[in-house]
Design a protein around this ligand. Structure first.
Ligand code: SAM
Length: 281
């Protein structure tokens, strides 16, 4: 960073994130899933995934030292950033001062905030999520309120989790998460990232999933989809007539829908699970 403006030195963009981290003495905490992305070009590409966000409000979970936050602000978004680790507050306050009125910092646990109160009814979510709470946050955003308070979710997951979210029937990755995600949305993998894109590098590769809300069939209760998929995939190698025995009415529903009870869960399409849940809801 140029510290001598009176001598006319020339700055070339924002201070490198590595320097911000060093200047504030920020060591990554494994317990809080801290793996930072420091490459500003890569961050700009991630921030571009949702498309035009000028003037829109974005919820960012876990801004950390603020790399993705800055990329979102530079695209014209207003950002509400929820961070659990208060050590990042001084670095984020500097960023807020650079973008007056555009960045609101909320110290707390993203699993406990009232998102709608923070970003209104049409917010977007963009986040390099902490791996230990990523799936819980996604399930919360997909199963609680519908139509949702969000317009899109742009979320970094471990690659294996991203593959489960977008998996099709018949594949090994297909399971509960695929059905719950695809029931209410159209998820796609928008970007793959190697371990080396992060500091420190995590154990596995990552991927960004882009999710837009889709149609929801009427009358299906999230709890029923969750119950059916839990029973069916809890014993995924078993036939449905055995794995769904614990769900009252499920075997009759299979019969009504003409689904062979000798099939296994992974051969049923998302639409089959939705039809089953509809009959049982
Ligand atoms: N956004 C930064 C980046 O892309 O370099 C940091 C991403 S790092 C993978 C995850 C961030 O989420 C960390 O800053 C961590 O402190 C924060 N975090 C972890 N658990 C959280 C929670 N429950 N609520 C809010 N933030 C959390």
């Amino acid at each position: 960073m140029c510290g001598e403006p009176l001598r006319g030195c020339v700055t070339s963009g924002p201070e490198p994130l590595r320097d911000i981290i060093a200047r504030h003495g920020l060591q990554a905490s494994k317990a809080l899933g801290q793996n930072f992305i420091l490459d500003r070009q890569l961050l700009a590409r991630i921030a571009a995934i949702p498309g035009d966000m000028d003037g829109e409000t974005v919820l960012e979970v876990g801004p950390g030292p603020g790399g993705l936050t800055r990329a979102l602000l530079e695209r014209g978004a207003k950002v509400v950033a929820v961070e659990r680790d208060r050590r990042f507050a001084p670095a984020l306050a500097e960023l807020a001062a650079e973008f007056p009125g555009k960045l609101r910092l909320v110290e707390g646990d993203a699993l406990r905030v009232d998102e709608q109160e923070l970003v209104g009814g049409h917010g977007r979510v963009v986040a390099n999520l902490p791996y230990n709470v990523g799936t819980a946050l996604l399930l919360r955003w997909l199963t609680t309120q519908w139509p949702p308070w969000w317009r899109s979710l742009t979320l970094m997951f471990q690659k294996e989790v991203a593959e489960r979210i977008v998996a099709r029937a018949g594949s090994d990755a297909y399971g509960r998460l695929s059905i719950i995600a695809q029931w209410r949305s159209q998820p796609r993998i928008a970007m793959q990232l190697s371990r080396s894109a992060f500091v420190p590098p995590p154990k596995v590769a990552s991927a960004v999933v882009q999710i837009e809300p889709g149609q929801t069939p009427d009358g299906v209760k999230p709890a029923m989809i969750e119950r059916l998929t839990e029973a069916a995939f809890g014993q995924r190698r078993k036939m449905l007539r055995s794995s769904l025995k614990s769900v009252p009415g499920a075997l009759e529903a299979l019969d009504k829908l003409g689904i062979d009870p000798q099939r296994r869960a992974e051969t049923l399409e998302v639409a089959d699970f939705v039809a089953l849940a509809h009959l049982l809801s």
